[in-house]
Design a protein around this ligand. Structure first.
Ligand code: CA
Length: 225
């Protein structure tokens, strides 16, 4: 899952990006409304954290423009504690949730998990596919009851496919949702990651759909003869 943080306070921006990266997300950042609007308009983010008070273009305007152009990604706005009107304006402009400053990072992470879960049609933080369970709270992966250690890239790949279980996901889509802007993107590396992931999981839940991409689905039951 790939996120965008738009926050002009440099310290806060860095804290958010670090916490989100540690939680297993690919993260891009912007420090003013214009840059943030442009990124949200041109890159396919799974979720965006948007400050309301921003230089060059305020957060409400950024959000209104995205929604007017049909951009549907989940957006969590950051508001000032005493500005209830920010929240009302924010929701009316198309925000999906808000957190008031100052906040606890855990709350941001929990609200984001909820937004991503809802956006992909899941009810729980635990995603299950056959014998594989991904816990998005702890970024832990369990296969047949045994913990499996994955690198952050492998985790992101598995988590994305599991969030979109039952749907064929193209390599291009994976590249766009697994790497941040600064990463040297190469869709051939996806194949390598899928290979490593399959090996580590040891069960067949990722199918290759020739010419189209990859599909996460429970393993086929062994047919009785
Ligand atoms: Ca601000």
């Amino acid at each position: 899952m790939r996120l965008l943080v738009i926050e002009d306070d440099r310290d806060l921006n860095r804290q958010l990006v670090t916490a989100l990266e540690n939680a297993g997300y690919a993260v891009d950042r912007a420090f003013d409304g214009e840059d943030g609007h442009f990124l949200g308009d041109t890159e396919p983010y799974d979720g965006i954290i948007l400050d309301i008070g921003l230089p060059k273009m305020d957060g409400i305007t950024v959000l209104e423009k995205w929604r007017a152009d049909g951009r549907k990604m989940p957006v969590l706005i950051l508001t000032a504690r005493d500005r209830w009107s920010d929240k009302v304006q924010g929701f009316d402009a198309g925000a999906d949730d808000y957190v008031a400053k100052p906040f606890h990072m855990e709350e941001i992470l929990a609200r984001l998990r909820a937004l991503l879960r809802r956006a992909t049609g899941h009810a729980k933080n635990e995603l299950t596919c056959g014998p594989v369970i991904v816990d998005t709270r702890s970024s832990r992966v369990v296969v047949d009851g045994n913990a499996v250690k994955l690198t952050s890239h492998e985790y992101r790949l598995l988590s994305y496919l599991m969030h979109h279980q039952g749907r064929v996901v193209s390599r291009t889509e994976l590249v766009e949702h697994l790497y941040d802007q600064d990463f040297d993107r190469d869709s051939n590396t996806i194949e390598v990651f899928v290979g490593r992931l399959r090996k580590k999981l040891g069960v067949e839940i990722i199918q290759t759909v020739r010419g189209l991409g990859y599909l996460a689905a429970p393993p086929e039951p062994v047919k009785a003869r």
